[in-house]
Design a protein around this ligand. Structure first.
Ligand code: MLT
Ligand code: MN
Length: 305
């Protein structure tokens, strides 16, 4: 069976353009007759049969994403409450990956999977009780072991990352590249299909990570920032990319050439921040990234493995 992949949202938190942003790229969107493509926040849909879909991360834009994606519309001949969405799998507890859960609250039965620290965070925030546990079951993802969801075989593995921004104050010393399950990657395949690896957040690329995903037929990887100091240089932030939990594309240890030695068939950047010049197809940065063998994901992109 094939694995169907739909990019629902290809931007990082806040989307592109961000609602209150006036940096060069956002201004291009607000003012140009031919702007870069708008992008919604980080989410992917996968399915083996094209009928039941698993959503990887529930973005604040999920309603807009469902409206834009006919595969996710209710079957017109189905019951009064119905949806092709059968499960949601979270890769971390960041706002751009969990806020959409609040929009999935109309008593639709689905399964919610996340690593233990993310489930604990949802548990601690009672607003998520709008997803009645008798309707939406929450299941802890086993790390490094295969699990089945909707006919797909998934493997979750910890990647170097940090706790969500809103939880940073709670831990005395902030580990930026811990592997304790706050941030995970997912490898997914259908019976007989190629393998998708999805890692929208990752602070560091090391040999262990490359070994985890080296066989991927399709890699969707953290493309938040082009350079580590991008937000600072743009004048809209004080933090480096790594401090925010994201390895830059360029520079020492950057992602651009990190996977060159691995037999990965196709690589795309995803979770792209509003400041990242690769959003502008005509930019030198976009060209350089594409010449180095990467694609740049966009909303509505469909791939079959
Ligand atoms: C991130 O990916 O770093 C977060 O989504 C940032 C945020 O919380 O907006
Ligand atoms: Mn994010």
């Amino acid at each position: 069976m094939p694995l169907h992949v739909i990019i629902l949202g290809s931007a990082a938190g806040g989307g592109y353009p961000q609602w209150n942003c006036n940096t060069a790229l956002s201004r291009l969107y607000w003012t140009s007759k031919n702007p870069a493509l708008a992008r919604t926040q980080s989410s992917v849909a996968v399915s083996s049969d094209g009928r039941s879909w698993v959503i990887l991360n529930a973005s604040p834009d999920i309603r807009q994403q469902i409206l834009a994606t006919s595969e996710l519309h209710p079957d017109a001949s189905g019951p009064l409450r119905t949806s092709p969405i059968a499960a949601v799998v979270l890769t971390n507890g960041d706002v751009d990956h969990i806020a959409g859960l609040l929009s999935l609250r109309e008593r639709h039965v689905f399964s919610l999977y996340a690593a233990q620290p993310v489930l604990a965070s949802l548990e601690a925030n009672s607003i998520f009780n709008v997803l009645d546990p008798s309707v939406v079951t929450r299941e802890a993802l086993p790390l490094d072991n295969d699990f089945e969801v909707c006919g797909l075989t998934c493997r979750a593995f910890a990647v170097p990352g940090k706790v969500p921004l809103y939880a940073e104050g709670k831990s005395k010393s902030l580990a930026l590249a811990s592997r304790d399950g706050d941030t995970i990657g997912l490898c997914i395949h259908a019976p007989g299909s190629g393998q998708l690896c999805y890692i929208p957040g990752c602070t560091l690329i090391d040999d262990a990570l490359i070994a985890e995903i080296g066989q991927a037929n399709l890699l969707l990887f953290d493309g938040t920032v082009l350079t580590d100091t991008e937000m600072i240089d743009a004048g809209v932030g004080q933090k480096t990319g790594r401090r925010m939990g994201h390895v830059p594309i360029l520079g020492e240890g950057g992602s651009l050439h990190a996977f060159d030695g691995a037999p990965i068939s196709r690589k795309f950047y995803i979770h792209i921040n509003t400041t990242n010049p690769i959003l502008d197809e005509g930019s030198d940065a976009s060209r350089a990234v594409r010449e180095a063998g990467w694609g740049i994901a966009y909303d509505g992109m469909r791939l079959t493995l």
